[in-house]
Ligand binder design. Structure first.
Ligand code: ZN
Length: 139
């Protein structure tokens, strides 16, 4: 499995994720959220930033079912999904991940043909892989 490669701008995202918290970088001057993390605010050019806690809730904005050729570790798990989630608090912020049956479950734990655009999803963190995951929100 591929593991996250962090840089100084994005390191806090991974540190919060490892605690099960979804936090998004925000400008400390104008308040605009931005993702992926970067040093300068694209709205006001400020270099001051903070990490704002999100609810961890969003909707499936898009998804794909990757087809071969796949990396060997991933080929063994196909078919699986890769989703793009838009956050409730900030629909312009979209994160890529996998939708799984429960936090910690493998990539192929959900039938990708059952995924629907607009489905409600919640952020989770898989301690085994060190990666964020998404699970369907229970009604
Ligand atoms: Zn700003």
């Amino acid at each position: 499995m591929l593991t996250p490669v962090t840089d100084p701008d994005g390191a806090p995202f991974w540190e919060y994720a490892a605690r099960g918290e979804l936090r998004i970088q925000a400008c400390a001057d104008c308040g605009e959220l931005r993702f992926p993390p970067r040093p300068c605010c694209p709205h006001c050019q400020s270099f001051a930033s903070e990490w704002r806690a999100m609810s961890g809730r969003g909707r499936v904005w898009s998804y794909v079912v990757p087809h071969p050729p796949l990396l060997p570790d991933y080929a063994a798990l196909a078919p699986y999904n890769v989703i793009v989630v838009e956050l409730y608090e900030a629909p312009h912020i979209r994160l890529v991940g996998n939708l799984v049956s429960e936090v910690g479950a493998p990539l192929n734990s959900l039938d990708p043909h059952g995924i629907r655009i607009g489905a409600r999803a919640c952020f989770g963190y898989d301690e085994t892989t060190g990666l964020p995951q998404w699970v369907l929100e229970r009604p």
